[in-house]
Design a protein around this ligand. Sequence first.
Ligand code: C2E
Ligand code: CA
Ligand code: CA
Ligand code: CA
Length: 279
Amino acid sequence: AKEKGRNTYRFYAAKMNAQSTEQLMLESALRHALERGELEMHYQPKMNLQTQRIVGVEALMRWRHPVLGMIPPVQFIPIAEELGLIVSMGKWALERACADALAWQKHGLPEVLTSVNLSPRQFESRTLVADVKAILESSGLDPSLLELEITESAMMANPEHAAKLLRTIRDMGVGLAIDDFGTGYSSLSYLKHFPLSTVKIDRSFINDLSQDADARALIDGIITLAHGLRMKVVAEGVETPVQFNYLHSHGCDEAQGYWLCKPVPADEARDFMARHLRT
Ligand code: C2E
Ligand code: CA
Ligand code: CA
Ligand code: CA
């Protein structure tokens, strides 16, 4: 038993070393990812449930490492956040997304709303407003075609400051969405303090919808509340026709998820939207 204990210890030590080595490798690789052109933006279309038209896309970052391949955001966003790299990466994401949106327009597609994720660290950055302004001006994209997605927890870290910052951004004509709604600790009544255009219902509620009456009650409640505050409701992570139909018949405004389209590179997103127009 003693022998076994020692082996177990060695096993764990080796595993932990491997993990921290991998972590260090990712960290140092991520420091160069942007300048080496390894980052990409993918886009996931959103459908208006009434008109069944594509009305927007969510821009999602991808890291294609030359050796390790595609590294998912859940792995690299937290590192980027921790190292402070997220501010420059996020600025790049915003530039890329605005440029792609404009290219689609020039290609003859109707205008869609482009939503870009903001990390908590970016949200705290002193240069956020100036950065967004500069990117909109240099790209020439109409501010009303841009939306920023901010998580509930990022807003709630300092609600007074958040409300002020959000009003400044709203006054520039840019839309604001609260992301992953329902997972944080903010009370619903807090919503009215923020100048939000959109509430995104977290994927976990959509996932539970068919087998959990509580999830359905929450979804219905969020839709009613958001509409009462004149906000639009988007459901994320819609994977089945059952979920799609439920959301449609319960007044949800838009849906996004694998059932419609997974996140794809800019060209594919453009082709998807073009195909969708013809049918
Ligand atoms: P999020 O903002 O909640 O984005 C939605 C996530 O759900 C995306 O994961 C998307 O690919 C995934 N998804 C979409 N439809 C479905 C579905 O039907 N089923 C399932 N199971 N998943 C679906 P992704 O792209 O891996 O991104 C994960 C998270 O990383 C995002 O969650 C966001 O918090 C963060 N992230 C991604 N791109 C950026 C970025 O450019 N900036 C920042 N700050 N964060 C980003
Ligand atoms: Ca999001
Ligand atoms: Ca989300
Ligand atoms: Ca989510």
